[in-house]
Write a protein that binds this ligand. Structure first.
Ligand SMILES: Cc1cc2nc3c(=O)[nH]c(=O)nc-3n(C[C@H](O)[C@H](O)[C@H](O)COP(=O)(O)OP(=O)(O)OC[C@H]3O[C@@H](n4cnc5c(N)ncnc54)[C@H](O)[C@@H]3O)c2cc1C
Length: 398
């Protein structure tokens, strides 16, 4: 059957952002008659990411939550803290569950056409229709047009020219391990364990237990370069042996995940070109100082669907408010220049604040007076240095 070449909306990229937008479009009754093309090079559920988050108010697919922890623990060389959360809870969603559910919903909907193709580029063709132009996607399966394209596949044009002072990578390898003895508390997630060698940058491990006998153990670094496969393996084996008391061979590795998340102060444009909108990582939705992106994606795609259902254009501004961009920059500056002090900053943050307050701050839901209280709880000097180092950005809109 010949495939249609024109749609109301094209969703280019079917990862966290693209699939969330499909879900949202299908749940707005004003958009029931819209025709949607969903494109990715592979439209199959893949277990390659475990997304963690704590603000679940805007995550529409609550039934996809794989596990929830009420208590978080953090550990430093000389201190450890653990707290049961009051406002939030820490959740995780598996990428294969997420894709399976939303792709199935899309396949069953008469509104959605699915296409496996390599996306090459986008452009805006002006004057091609009475509505003043159309957005075009060029792909290995030919060209397709739409009123709006939402893309999470390609870097926006001019990406390398965007203002950038600080660029780190959050990179990690995680093993989902299974043991034959009870070892874990499935109610407590180790959010950050910094009590590991810090030779290659700020390094910590997080442990997400799903039952008494299985957990995802993730060895994570914030540094300018990734490390070798062998170094991740050693880091994980050492941690599992020393902290969990399991020698290699005494546990099964059920699944491995690896990833690199950009931690940068680059300001991404909202559009790729006219009527082509950036989403997800390609929309700059990653929080520069933490790498968390998943909840921000959910807020953004929900806001897009709301705007479209009101007959409006999608939001033109997706950056965080100015003051949070400045905080991110200052923390990123320290993570970049002074890893050792950064670990001290994290220690004081967790020592002196309720965990819920820290999570609210990271979610950018705190008031200015609450921000000040949090800032007063950590060493000031590194932040004064960072303000001086980043003054050219702070004074020009961050
Ligand atoms: C392993 C891992 C774990 C993470 N864990 C967390 C977490 O716990 N919490 C959190 O908040 N964030 C996390 N993140 C960060 C972020 O949430 C994820 O990267 C998230 O998947 C970003 O969503 P996205 O839609 O922008 O990109 P993706 O989910 O990567 O989707 C992009 C899609 O575009 C497709 N694509 C790309 N190029 C092309 C092309 N040329 N043609 C056709 N298709 C193309 C890809 O196949 C992919 O399906 C994690 C990231 C990784 C890598």
């Amino acid at each position: 059957m010949a495939i249609n070449r024109h749609y109301d909306f094209i969703i280019a990229g079917a990862g966290a952002a693209g699939l969330s937008l499909v879900w949202n479009l299908l749940h707005r009754k004003e958009l029931q008659d819209s025709r949607v093309l969903l494109v990715d090079r592979k439209l199959k559920p893949l277990r390659d990411k475990t997304w963690c988050f704590w603000d679940d108010r805007h995550v529409p697919f609550q039934d996809l939550i794989h596990h929830t922890w009420d208590t978080l623990a953090v550990r430093f060389q000389d201190a450890q803290f653990s707290e049961t959360l009051e406002t939030y809870r820490y959740h995780c969603v598996r990428s294969d569950d997420y894709a399976a559910k939303i792709l199935d919903m899309a396949r069953r909907s008469p509104a959605v056409t699915l296409l496996e193709a390599d996306i090459d580029s986008f452009e805006f063709e002006s004057g091609a229709s009475a509505t003043g132009g159309t957005a075009v996607m060029h792909s290995s399966e030919g060209s397709f047009t739409a009123r709006h394209i939402f893309q999470s596949a390609l870097r926006p044009p001019g990406f390398h020219q965007l203002k950038l002072d600080l660029s780190l990578l959050q990179h990690f390898e995680g093993w989902h391990i299974r043991t034959d003895k009870d070892l874990f508390d499935p109610g407590t997630a180790t959010f950050m364990d910094f009590d590991v060698p810090q030779d290659n940058g700020v390094t910590f491990v997080y442990v997400l237990p799903f039952s008494k006998r299985d957990a995802l153990v993730e060895y994570t670094l914030f540094s300018p370069e990734v490390i070798s496969d062998e170094a991740y393996r050693q880091g994980l084996e050492q941690y599992i042996a020393q902290r969990l008391g399991l020698e290699p061979g005494s546990y099964e590795i059920e699944y491995r995940e690896k990833g690199v998340i950009p931690m940068e102060d680059r300001r991404y444009p909202a559009r790729y070109c006219k009527n082509v909108w950036n989403m997800g990582t390609m929309g700059g939705l990653t929080k520069p100082s933490t790498g968390y992106t998943f909840t921000r994606i959910q807020h953004h795609t929900s806001a897009i669907a709301d705007a479209l259902s009101r007959g409006q254009n999608p939001p033109d501004k997706i950056m965080s408010p100015y003051r949070f961009r400045v905080y991110d920059m200052l923390l990123l500056y320290n993570l970049h220049r002074d890893p050792e002090t950064s670990v001290t900053i994290f220690r004081e943050l967790f020592r002196k604040n309720r965990f819920d307050r820290i999570l609210r701050f990271l979610e950018e839901h705190t008031r200015f007076d609450q921000d000040l209280r949090i800032m007063a709880s950590v060493p000031w000097m590194p932040f004064f240095r960072a303000i001086y180092g980043m003054k050219h950005r702070i004074l020009t809109g961050a």
